[in-house]
Design a protein around this ligand. Structure first.
Ligand SMILES: *Cc1c(COP(=O)(O)O)cnc(C)c1O
Length: 379
């Protein structure tokens, strides 16, 4: 359909294209200077001492679990409502994800539920800044400290967000980002691990390069051939081609965040009079990055979804509680584990949200949604 409105879409301009062309004509296609330039620019946004580029957000989560030395027998608390990768990374290391329930108004991990999930085996918490809203870190951080847990922030939705004036991505012991095309900036595929702790950063840099202690370029520059593999790492590198694109995209982040907030504001106003369409709550102490705009609706969500898609509006559902996926059910997780997450799952709908979304598209989306809800309410 020509006038189909997707739920998310990248924006690539001539500067982005030129940046990629420049790298293609240069000496380094990977492990070159564009990688460190992107990483350096990224630390200016996150405010962390270190940032390490990796091949995607999932690799970033895996690297975080490796850096924290998560291993078989260890438990890691993860919210029920997130992309599966947040929990899968725990499984990659042989650990056990333990699912915490969410706050029904924000769908962010509920600190009280974290507290209930802690056992002697718990090693870390993965807090997901769902939709782009930072979690309740003034509650979560002391909880982690009290129980001796490390905090990983899955900030894949939250680049450009802040919590009480602190940028998302500086709050966790380790913070991870994704540059998939639907996220705030894109490198095609890509991810970043940001931390203040040199020991974690060193482990992540080794992990992304087969567990080898020096990379190609370092060796070439030093005129050396010798290297050692000290851990079982992976090839999780991000190429210079991708990093040049990321660096160029990063320059546009502030204006894009502003645009996303304007879109959210428009939707908020359009739904302010509805008693059936409820945008997720936003706490006053956060600057939301609006990766997603999610509403909860009081009529049959499946019916609304179908009407919206038939009208050419790319609505989505983020997310199925992770443990309800067949793979997790086979591991023994059962329906009923996180009742609030399960109830929310039946009511949530993600509306189109990206910087290039036009006002006419916003109005069409809101009007179609209101019409669908009315239609279903009246049977
Ligand atoms: C996108 C996303 C990831 C994974 O990122 P990829 O780059 O697609 O691997 C992980 N967690 C959350 C919450 C995400 O939205």
């Amino acid at each position: 359909m020509d006038d189909f409105i997707p739920y998310g879409r990248q924006a690539i301009d001539d500067d982005d294209i030129q940046a990629v062309i420049d790298v293609l004509k240069s000496d380094w296609l990977t492990t070159g200077p564009a990688v460190s330039a992107f990483e350096k620019a990224f630390t200016d946004v996150t405010g962390t001492r270190f940032a390490t580029a990796v091949s995607n957000g999932t690799a970033a989560l895996h690297a975080a679990m490796f850096a924290l030395d998560i291993k078989p027998g260890d438990e890691v608390i993860v919210p029920a409502i997130t992309f599966a990768a947040s929990a899968n990374a725990v499984l990659y290391q042989g650990g056990t994800p333990v699912f915490a329930d969410v706050d029904p108004d924000t769908l962010l991990i509920d600190p009280a539920s974290i507290d209930e999930c802690v056992t002697e085996k718990t090693r870390a918490v993965v807090a997901v800044d769902y939709a782009g809203q930072p979690c309740d870190y003034d509650q979560i951080r002391p909880l982690c400290d009290q129980h001796g847990l490390k905090l990983v922030v899955d900030a894949c939705h939250a680049l450009g967000a802040s919590y009480k004036g602190r940028p998302a991505g500086v709050i966790g012991d380790i913070n991870v980002f994704s540059f998939h095309p639907v996220k705030h900036i894109t490198t095609g595929e890509g991810g970043m691990v940001a931390t203040d702790k040199p020991e974690y950063d060193e482990k992540v840099k080794i992990f992304r390069n087969h567990g080898i202690t020096a990379d190609n370029r370092q060796r070439a520059l030093q005129g050396k051939w010798f290297y050692e593999m000290t851990a079982l790492g992976y090839n999780y590198r991000l190429s210079d081609i991708q990093c040049a694109l990321g660096l160029s995209q990063l320059k546009k982040l502030p204006q894009w965040i502003k645009k996303r907030r304007e879109v959210a504001d428009r939707y908020d106003r359009l739904f302010s009079h509805s008693d059936m369409i409820h945008p997720l709550a936003v706490r006053p102490d956060v600057e939301h990055a609006y990766h997603l705009y999610v509403v909860q609706i009081d009529v049959d969500r499946g019916g609304v979804f179908t009407i919206m898609r038939q009208a050419g509006i790319g609505v989505n559902v983020h997310y199925i509680p992770v443990y309800l996926h067949p793979y997790y059910r086979d591991l023994g997780y059962k329906t009923g584990l996180c009742p609030k997450a399960e109830a929310a799952y039946g009511r949530i709908l993600t509306l189109p949200m990206f910087p290039g979304l036009g006002d006419e598209q916003i109005q069409r989306t809101a009007a179609t949604l209101a019409g669908a809800v009315d239609h279903l309410r009246n049977g």
